[in-house]
Design a protein around this ligand. Structure first.
Ligand SMILES: Cc1cc2nc3c(=O)[nH]c(=O)nc-3n(C[C@H](O)[C@H](O)[C@H](O)COP(=O)(O)OP(=O)(O)OC[C@H]3O[C@@H](n4cnc5c(N)ncnc54)[C@H](O)[C@@H]3O)c2cc1C
Length: 330
């Protein structure tokens, strides 16, 4: 068997939808109005992540975004060179019909960037204290009624296929990577005239259970819809037998129903979203288990290298997702 196992066959690629993009460009943002802003973690956590809803009704964005796409926020103020801040992208966490069912209110899952200051380049000053990301903190500070400059939508491939019921799904998320999957899963299960009866698995990886996002939403969807399966992998907690739970790729390795059954099917689509680097372990594990071929195009230079020896830089340059694998990491 090759490192990738099965081979990608374009006959099983999903039919893509035509999506609208850049209806509102960063050069001419429009004003949205915040309708809600609430913490979306499970109790006390070291992160601060909020579910923020923005009314774009009456702007060109109304009804023109899709679950899985992103929108832009232009922060207030100027950067250290006195220039207006650049737009930042945030994944849309609502289904295509919006939070309101009419395509007016979109939402996102915003994590405050707060950290000890660390120089990022040689030119950066050597100072101490806290570093606050500009846009994420502005978004998290917004109150209902506040105005915010928005753009978008952005993203063409990271959306559901044109015929959702022709596919089964494996969604892998870490951190705010859950945002597009909240929208897509709500869309599949509750956004259309009848729930999609496909098999849908969501695997959410987090350091602690208190870092799980929208946990109650996914639990109640799983209770209601027999085809939807919600799995959590808590890296800093242990399993009942005392072994560490590990990361998402360790879970994939343990759960034969995900790799031996779901990923081996011709109809399955794989979506990965979250922290940059999460794809490394996932791609290595899939290749090692022999289920990578349909989802990954592996450059011939890597074909004879054992997946465990693939370096992150090799994966970035020499392992490309096929049309059955949608990857968004940041
Ligand atoms: C397609 C896409 C979708 C995204 N979706 C989401 C989402 O749904 N939710 C979400 O929260 N984010 C999302 N992001 C990330 C988001 O766009 C912003 O990058 C993030 O919110 C940080 O922006 P900021 O303005 O707060 O930080 P900035 O003010 O832009 O600061 C970030 C920069 O500061 C530097 N920096 C970082 N840490 C430190 C440090 N400790 N000390 C000194 N300098 C540092 C780095 O150079 C970094 O580039 C997404 C990004 C992309 C590309």
């Amino acid at each position: 068997m090759t490192a990738s196992g099965t081979v990608h066959d374009p006959a099983f690629d999903p039919e893509l939808v035509d999506v609208e993009m850049h209806v509102v460009p960063p050069t001419a943002p429009v004003t949205g109005v915040v309708t809600a802003n609430e913490l979306c973690l499970r109790g006390k956590s070291a992160s601060f992540i909020r579910h923020v809803c923005i009314d774009v009704g009456g702007t060109p964005l109304e009804g023109r975004f899709r679950a899985g796409q992103s929108f832009g926020v232009v922060p207030k103020g100027v950067d250290e060179h006195g220039k207006p801040h650049k737009v930042r992208l945030y994944s849309i966490a609502s289904p295509t019909r919006g939070e309101d069912g009419e395509g007016r209110i979109l939402s996102t899952t915003c994590k405050r960037l707060i950290d000890e200051y660390r120089p990022q380049t040689e030119r950066d000053e050597d100072r101490t204290g806290l570093f606050h990301g500009v846009c994420s903190n502005q978004v998290c500070d917004l109150s209902p009624g506040d105005e915010v400059l928005v753009t978008g939508p952005a993203g063409k491939r990271f959306v559901l296929p044109a015929k959702p019921e022709n596919h089964d799904y494996l969604f892998l998320a870490t951190g705010t990577g859950i945002a597009p999957f909240r929208g897509m899963i709500l869309e599949l299960l509750e956004g259309r005239s009848a729930p999609c009866e496909s098999e849908i698995h969501l695997v959410m990886g987090a350091p602690y259970t208190s870092d799980l996002l929208y946990h109650d939403v996914f639990r109640s969807l799983a209770d209601k819809h027999p085809g939807f399966h919600y799995h959590t992998v808590i890296s800093r907690e242990t399993m009942p037998d005392g072994r560490p739970q590990g990361y998402i790729h360790h879970y994939l390795d343990r759960e034969t129903r995900l790799h031996a059954d779901l990923l081996s099917r011709d109809r399955t689509l794989l979506y990965i979203c979250g922290l940059a680097g999460m794809q490394t372990g996932v791609f290595q594990t899939m290749a090692r288990l022999g289920v990578g071929g349909a989802y990954l195009k592996i450059h011939e230079e890597l074909a004879d290298v054992a997946p465990a020896d693939w370096k992150a830089a090799d994966i970035k340059r020499r392992v490309r997702p096929t049309h059955r694998c949608m990857l968004e990491v940041y």
